[in-house]
Design a protein around this ligand. Structure first.
Ligand SMILES: *[C@@H]1O[C@H](CO)[C@@H](O)[C@H](O)[C@H]1NC(C)=O
Ligand SMILES: *[C@@H]1O[C@H](CO)[C@@H](O)[C@H](O)[C@H]1NC(C)=O
Length: 298
């Protein structure tokens, strides 16, 4: 019985720690708690925990998070357009605002029936993108829901598919390379017609007789430091960074500063077996390799 005292003291300390760790973070599975349609409201449909967004010859559609965030993890489960999705793009991304914005992008490029979707990722830092990578997937993303996540902290941005890392953008500020860490970001998704470039380089056009093109969503999760609009940007940055005095964010744990060994192996596997394009290797586009390519060893 005497041992109950240390245990309850322990759980009290743990409780306080968790309370700190949870400050500013949100996690939910309901679309309307975290997000709102941003255009084409009549192109949304809700079925219980599912939200469906459609593209037809009249309009695409898009939604955005109600809040902005700094650091943490955002995940959505998506089932991409079934059948003929050629010409369509469904995007899931985080972005800040303004001419020097930062952005982390997943873009799902549709294809004709039976041909594989491609996933294009990109990273913008201070308004500059041009860092495309493309991969195919190890499953058919139109048959079931799969989770797509962005993990962001002061050391790295990790793109994950079903918790498998498919891309890492590391902080290389010590090499003089800018890293996105001082602008809060919204979370967005949209579906639109991009048949001028999306499918087989734009050769295959959207076949509107197959419309509407429907992307389905569920499992909305945001575990991140929320940056309320009413709080000044500098105060949000301070609140969200461990250096600013707020302690205990899980994404600032040392284990979050780089991939685990297991994750590094997973990423190597993805790169060896599923990557079809890497800007770092495109010497016709970049005769001199972009500077971060010399240091990103993943
Ligand atoms: C859009 O598609 C519908 C159904 O296929 C068709 O009836 C309509 O004429 C089309 N509208 C335009 C502007 O192409
Ligand atoms: C579509 O399928 C073709 C043929 O398999 C493939 O070459 C292409 O990479 C696929 N994806 C896109 C987006 O074009």
């Amino acid at each position: 019985m005497a041992s109950s005292i240390p245990i309850s003291m322990g759980s009290l300390v743990l409780g306080v720690f968790i309370a700190f760790a949870m400050v500013g973070s949100v996690s939910s599975s309901r679309f309307d708690e975290l997000f709102q349609p941003s255009w084409a409201l009549d192109h949304f449909a809700y079925e219980g925990e599912l939200m469906k967004m459609k593209l037809d010859n009249y309009s695409g559609a898009g939604f955005s998070s109600k809040s902005k965030y700094m650091f943490g993890k955002v995940s959505i489960k998506i089932k991409l357009v079934e059948g003929d999705s050629a010409g369509t793009v469904t995007a899931f991304y985080m972005s800040s605002e303004g001419p020097y914005h930062n952005e982390f992008d997943f873009e799902f490029l549709g294809n004709t029936t039976g041909e594989p979707y491609l996933v294009q990722t990109n990273v913008y830092v201070n308004g500059v993108g041009n860092r495309e990578q493309r991969l195919n997937l190890w499953f058919d993303p139109t048959k079931d829901f799969h989770s797509y996540s962005l993990l962001w902290n002061r050391r790295q941005v990790v793109f994950l598919v079903d918790e498998t890392p498919v891309r890492v953008h590391s902080n290389l500020e010590h090499k003089g390379i800018p890293y996105p860490k001082d602008q809060s970001m919204g979370v967005y998704s949209s579906i639109w017609n991009a048949d001028d470039w999306a499918t087989q380089g734009g050769r295959v056009k959207t076949d509107w007789s197959h419309a509407p093109f429907i992307a389905s969503y569920t499992g909305f999760e945001i575990d991140a430091c929320e940056c309320p609009e009413v709080v000044a940007a500098v105060d949000n940055i301070k609140r969200c960074s461990a250096a600013g005095g707020e302690k205990g964010y899980w994404w600032d744990e040392p284990t979050m500063s780089e991939l685990s060994l297991h994750q590094s192996h997973q990423l190597q596997w993805v790169r060896a077996n599923h990557m079809v394009y890497d800007y770092c290797k495109d010497t016709s586009r970049f005769p001199v390799a972009p500077v971060e390519c010399l240091h990103h060893h993943h």
